[in-house]
Design a protein around this ligand. Structure first.
Ligand code: PLP
Length: 385
């Protein structure tokens, strides 16, 4: 009988698992073999070889990831940036143009502004909420629109429904980086996006011990992206596949704790006189709170804020905290705290940061799985220190 796998928590455990189990192993073994015996395959891309992303560890992950976001197919890659760059290079060639949200993860922003122009791929940045403005920027050679579900690091929520409708109207491929929300809080293909991208280094793996990426979408697009990835070579090693597979099984319990803890921390910060602004879509004061409430099942574990004071004060606050580790990246079991201008957005110039509203003293927090009470106590002492 077919297993009943309707809910996301059941899919996390049972989707894509070998059936029957391999020698009864409850946890999928690591197939640490670069190549596999020839079995009469007719296509290059069907030969079993780690770079071709089709070892049993890859196949299991592809099925699990596709099931989580109700996509037809998915492909994993050696990093989130490998997923992003390979997707854009699959969809866009020399002479093409695309639209991208103005505030994005620094690496993506840099790829768009510094690398893609060298391949003849041009872009225009769009602000989140003005389809009329987007329409004016469309050219005959515009092929795609690219956004993030919750932007890094200002936690803005663009009008995602408008993006999907606009892409359909203009016949553009709609692409979303769903890293910050994770499939627990948002499944973009259900809204009508063509492709959902992840840095699996973050929530999906959840333990800050690998880098990995994924693209989820329809069969045709994923086949094209897989073939490009096979040539560019940004594959995920089977051992990293295994770690990602293991990490994903606890995604639901982790993200729901992080949703709840981040909301309490955001509310605490908002209530403090030392704090100037808090960016968290779960707060009623967030400009796109109603939109986030309508679109998402949870508001996520990321928040950013500014204290009343200069960079030195922000730096002192970070130094005064005892629990969060001052490090880039996010989505792991341990809380991480940084100033984005020194980490995730260090590749943007001061002018570019200013343009998109990222100040030098902005502090970003990735909430981990520590007891919320302990983080609140730590922040309390750090604010008064
Ligand atoms: N997308 C977002 C939203 C990110 O924050 C990051 C990294 O921080 C990436 C993509 C890139 O992922 P990776 O570091 O796995 O290449």
């Amino acid at each position: 009988m077919e297993k009943i796998k309707r809910e996301i928590d059941t899919k996390l455990i049972h989707a894509g698992e070998p059936d029957p189990l391999i020698l009864g192993a409850v946890s999928i073994p690591i197939f640490q073999s670069s190549t596999f015996e020839y079995a009469g395959q007719e296509s290059y891309h069907d030969l079993r070889y780690i770079r071709l992303n089709n070892t049993p560890n890859h196949v299991a992950l592809h099925e699990k990831l596709a099931a989580l976001e109700n996509g037809e197919a998915s492909v994993v890659s050696g990093s989130g940036m490998a997923a992003i760059s390979t997707t854009l290079l699959t969809l866009l060639s020399s002479g093409d143009h695309f639209l991208a949200q103005d505030c994005l993860y620094g690496g993506t922003h840099d790829l768009i502004t510094k690398d893609l122009p060298a391949y003849g791929i041009s872009h225009d940045f769009i602000c989140g909420d003005d389809p009329d403005h987007w329409r004016r920027l469309v050219r005959p050679n515009t092929k795609a629109i690219y956004v993030e579900s919750i932007t890094n690091p200002l936690m803005q929520v663009v009008d995602l429904k408008a993006v999907v409708n606009f892409a359909r109207e203009q016949q553009l491929c709609s692409i979303i980086d769903n890293t910050f929300t994770s499939p627990i809080n948002f499944r973009p293909l259900e809204l009508g996006f063509d492709l959902s991208l992840h840095s699996c280094s973050k929530y999906l793996n959840g333990h800050s011990d690998i880098v990995a990426g994924a693209v989820i979408g329809g069969n045709e697009l994923i086949t094209k992206i897989t073939h490009k990835l096979n040539h560019l070579g940004g594959t995920l090693d089977p051992h990293a596949c295994f770690l990602l597979h293991r990490g994903m099984k606890t995604l639901g319990v982790r993200v729901r704790h992080q949703n709840s803890s981040a909301l309490q921390i955001a509310q605490f910060l908002e209530s403090r006189s030392e704090v100037e602004t808090v960016h968290y879509p779960g707060l009623a004061s967030h400009p796109q709170h109603h939109r986030a409430k309508e679109l998402f099942d949870g508001f996520g574990g990321m928040l950013s804020f500014e204290l009343k004071g200069d960079v030195a004060l922000a730096q002192r606050f970070i130094q005064n905290t005892t629990l969060p580790i001052c490090a880039p990246s996010l989505g792991g079991v341990e809380s991480l705290i940084t100033r984005p201008v020194t980490t995730s957005h260090a590749c943007l110039s001061p002018e570019e940061c200013k343009e998109v509203g990222i100040s030098e003293s902005l502090i970003r927090l990735s909430v981990g799985l520590e007891a919320t009470k302990d983080i609140l106590a730590d922040f309390e002492q750090a604010l008064s220190g």
